[in-house]
Design a protein around this ligand. Structure first.
Ligand code: UDP
Length: 322
């Protein structure tokens, strides 16, 4: 098949491209390289089996051309990272909502199956975990810019499902929980690469708040495997499906584990949220997915444990640093 991956030079997108190529597909990547990096596709771009077009999903005419020439679409292009979202709220909202609208319009015009990567952020501040797909997704206060990302992604979900209901366009929505692995940039605040780099350099490991907030980290290989199965599964069409891992760890616990696995002498330093993100930041206290639906629809179970994930990231970061 010929497959379009928007955001294909990003962290998750580049792993997805590798998987699709290994399955014998040809891949067209549309990416403006804003948070994606050309190096993520290093050695893959040959102008034949993988082609990269550097432009934005906000370019509707180009999106239309790309969608027309492929068999299906994975739509991953999006602003990403809490830091960027706080600093550039206009770009965040416009790229998410406008880009998705363009891709969906063209998919509908040419009847191309569409997969959207959404986010566990849509579950908002709720702390009744695990989060199930049918839970309320009430967004946070408008005055706090950090919720604009969740809200924009929530709108994308509604729009995609509207195309499913009204136009019978095959769509599926993957709500991704924290995804980590080699090639993730720590630039926009992602905690695992940040901690691993700090530990390897012997710098303080910066835990924001009291570190009692928790997350569940999934390996990017598990996640992209699930995306392909979702796209290929007729049973998943019209569904929202959590994809992640449900092994929960506090951020303080994560800092300690990274320190142990790297045998680092780094101190763990606690930084108030206001200093890390500016005044009035709301963090999600817990974020644990229910994976029942993913299990029922595509037989998904994350294969890699947190320790295996951390070892993988540590090896990668050591290679980058040497
Ligand atoms: N965090 C931290 N130190 C860092 C970066 C992040 O303590 O250097 C915390 C952050 O406040 C959040 C968690 O780690 O509670 C996960 O942050 P990340 O930005 O990776 O993803 P999020 O789950 O917030 O989308």
């Amino acid at each position: 098949m010929n497959i379009l991956v928007t955001g294909g030079s990003g962290f998750i997108g580049s792993h997805l491209c590798r998987l699709l190529l290994s399955q014998g597909h040809d891949v067209l990547v549309l990416d403006d390289l804003s948070t994606g990096r050309y190096e993520n596709l290093e050695g893959l771009e040959d102008g034949r089996r993988l082609r990269l077009i550097v432009d934005s999903v906000n370019n509707a005419a180009l999106v239309d051309q790309c969608v027309r020439e492929v068999d299906c679409v994975y739509h991953l292009a999006s602003a990403v990272g809490v830091r960027l979202i706080i600093d550039q709220p206009v770009r965040t909202i416009e790229s998410i909502v406008g880009g998705t609208e363009n891709v969906l319009k063209s998919c509908s015009r040419y009847r191309r199956p569409f997969l959207l990567t959404s986010t566990s952020e849509v579950y908002g501040k709720g702390s009744k975990v695990p989060f199930c797909e049918d839970d309320d997704t009430v967004m946070g206060p408008t005055s706090k810019r950090r919720w604009s990302y969740a809200c924009a992604k929530g709108l994308d979900e509604f729009l995609a499902l509207a195309y499913w209901v009204e136009a019978r366009l095959p769509v599926v929505i993957a709500r991704l929980f924290n995804t980590v692995g080699p090639r993730q940039t720590g630039q926009y605040g992602m905690v695992v690469p940040a901690f691993v780099r700090q530990a390897l350099r012997g710098e303080p490991i910066t835990v924001f708040g009291d570190g009692q907030q928790s997350r569940c980290f999934a390996h990017v290989e598990d996640v992209v495997g699930a995306l392909v199965r979702l796209q290929d599964s007729p049973a998943a069409r019209g569904h929202v499906v959590n994809i992640g891992n449900n092994e929960e760890i506090s951020i303080e616990g994560l800092a300690k584990r990274v320190k142990e696995l790297t045998a680092s002498a780094s101190e763990i330093r606690y930084i108030p949220y206001a200093e890390a993100y500016g005044e009035g930041f709301d963090d999600m206290q817990r974020r644990v997915p229910s994976l029942e639906r993913a299990g029922a629809l595509i037989g998904y179970r994350p294969a890699r444990s947190l320790d295996a994930i951390l070892r993988d990231v540590i090896e990668y970061e050591k290679g980058v640093m040497s």
